[in-house]
Ligand binder design. Structure first.
Ligand SMILES: *[C@@H]1O[C@H](CO)[C@@H](O)[C@H](O)[C@H]1NC(C)=O
Ligand SMILES: *[C@@H]1O[C@H](CO)[C@@H](O)[C@H](O)[C@H]1NC(C)=O
Ligand SMILES: *[C@@H]1O[C@H](CO)[C@@H](O)[C@H](O)[C@H]1NC(C)=O
Ligand SMILES: *[C@@H]1O[C@H](CO)[C@@H](O)[C@H](O)[C@H]1NC(C)=O
Ligand SMILES: *[C@@H]1O[C@H](CO)[C@@H](O)[C@H](O)[C@H]1NC(C)=O
Ligand SMILES: CC(=O)N[C@H]1CO[C@H](CO)[C@@H](O)[C@@H]1O
Length: 396
């Protein structure tokens, strides 16, 4: 797959130094000199010392819950039965999971967020917590291209739209950060050398994650990947694993997705249970913030629920969705306007709520420095209730 030239010219203009080539020869040349880093830290968390987030693709809740391999993992952990994606299609969900918003994105294009937009990576690094991404079949560490197909079969393999960190110039423009975006071959190497980071995001390829196949293939892939890790001392170090999906498959129903929490950080008495509290992709950031006492991004991460078993150890309060519209009327199936919206991008850059204080967490000082003077224009609040395309924020 190639991205259209127009999109390349328009969107990559500002980041001309990036190497987005996807030709076989260029990729081979770049791979030969690609820098990879595997920083190691051991910052203690309140509920876990490591988190591994694994995303599969496009499956409705009920179908996922019925998959035997996913059920196998559900029995070993906590099932999140009221867990939602934030919009459609894929890319904005991946973006949201580390950036605290999707900035109106309603497409899978070559989108790049400007470098003044921070992510969970800024929050982690500020506290000296190592992080990394493992993207199956990414041809080399820090590859910035739109896609990389299987060289034997031509089938879709690695895609940029499923790589959250690569969407953010705050990551891409920093060579040391770029070098922490690696593939699964490097995961196995880091595992063996006991160099896995404390926060990691794992994306299987387009076959393995179910995108071009089915939840049966995705379930089998996770079983094959994760089962050996459950007894691996280099992996299980007070580790929390999240298995989830980017989005529900059927656009006209609520965008509910399966989530499973497991690992040796999950308290024994909760193994095999279900947590019915409301969570969404922003909970992935909020939980990490609460666990390590991080600052926040001042976006939808601030008010998102922290997973209950973690919240019990961090003194966070898990809240119910009480606002209007009721949760049952929220579909989370279209994007509100924003800079990356293909229908309506003529809205100002959303300003983080730099004054937000919630659960004793404040916004990252660097974000306050950049955006603080504009805080009057913010539409982010500390509520659990987030907007969607059918119910945009009143300020929109
Ligand atoms: C993974 O990345 C490494 C390091 O850049 C590279 O040597 C290797 O060929 C890549 N593996 C796959 C399967 O793409
Ligand atoms: C995806 O990864 C699996 C291994 O997990 C491999 O067997 C398969 O060939 C890969 N598919 C593509 C299209 O690269
Ligand atoms: C979102 O869901 C609502 C309710 O089913 C439906 O009316 C609307 O068409 C859906 N939007 C999209 C883009 O599918
Ligand atoms: C952030 O970057 C965008 C895009 O370059 C720019 O339009 C905006 O003014 C910047 N905002 C701040 C507060 O730096
Ligand atoms: C775009 O969205 C903004 C905010 O909702 C709205 O004020 C504006 O009228 C919309 N523009 C178009 C062309 O729809
Ligand atoms: C077909 C299917 O299973 N879709 C699920 C998507 O999520 C909603 C919940 O919000 C389920 O009711 C659907 O079953």
């Amino acid at each position: 797959m190639r991205f259209p030239k127009i999109a390349l010219l328009l969107l990559v203009g500002a980041v001309a130094a990036q190497n987005t080539a996807t030709g076989t020869a260029e990729v081979a040349a770049a791979a030969a000199t690609a820098k990879a880093l595997s920083p190691v830290n051991h910052v203690k968390g309140l509920a876990f010392d490591r988190i591994a987030i694994i995303w599969l693709e496009n499956t409705d809740y009920t179908l996922a819950a019925g998959d035997p391999n996913l059920a196998y993992f559900a029995n070993k952990g906590i099932t999140l039965s009221n867990h939602f994606a934030v919009t459609h299609p894929s890319e904005p969900n991946y973006a949201a999971a580390i950036g605290g918003d999707y900035f109106g994105m309603d497409n899978d294009n070559f989108n790049a967020f400007p470098s003044n937009v921070s992510t969970v990576i800024d929050l982690l690094e500020e506290k000296g917590i190592s992080w990394g991404e493992y993207q199956e079949n990414m041809p080399y560490s820090g590859f910035e291209g739109f896609a990389w197909v299987n060289q034997q079969t031509g089938a879709n393999s690695y895609v940029r739209k499923h790589n959250p960190a690569i969407l953010y110039n705050s990551v891409v423009n920093n060579p040391n950060r770029l070098a922490c975006i690696k593939n699964l071959t490097m995961f196995q190497k880091d595992l063996k050398e006991d160099k896995l980071p404390q926060w990691m995001f794992i994306t299987p390829n387009m076959t393995s994650d179910g995108h071009d196949t089915s939840v049966t293939v995705a379930g089998a892939w996770v079983r094959n990947f994760l089962e050996p890790l459950l007894n691996n001392k280099n992996f299980m170090k007070n580790t929390l694993v999240l298995i989830t999906f980017d989005e529900n498959h059927t656009y006209t129903i609520q965008n509910k997705i399966l989530g499973i929490l497991l690992g040796d950080a999950v308290p024994q008495h909760l193994v095999g249970t279900t947590d019915t509290d409301y969570y969404n992709h922003y909970s992935e950031i909020a939980t990490v913030e609460a666990n390590w006492g991080l600052h926040t991004l001042g976006r939808w991460d601030v008010g998102a629920n922290v997973y209950k078993f973690v919240a019990d150890q961090t003194q966070d309060k898990v809240r119910q969705w009480t606002g209007q519209p009721a949760l049952s009327d929220m579909y989370f199936n279209t994007s509100y306007p924003g800079n990356f919206n293909s229908q309506n991008s003529s809205v100002p850059w959303p300003v983080p709520n730099t004054k937000a204080e919630y659960a004793c967490r404040s916004v990252l000082p660097e974000i306050v420095k950049t955006w603080g003077s504009l805080v009057k224009k913010t539409f982010y609040n500390t509520g659990l209730e987030i907007p969607d395309g059918l119910h945009p924020a009143p300020e929109f």
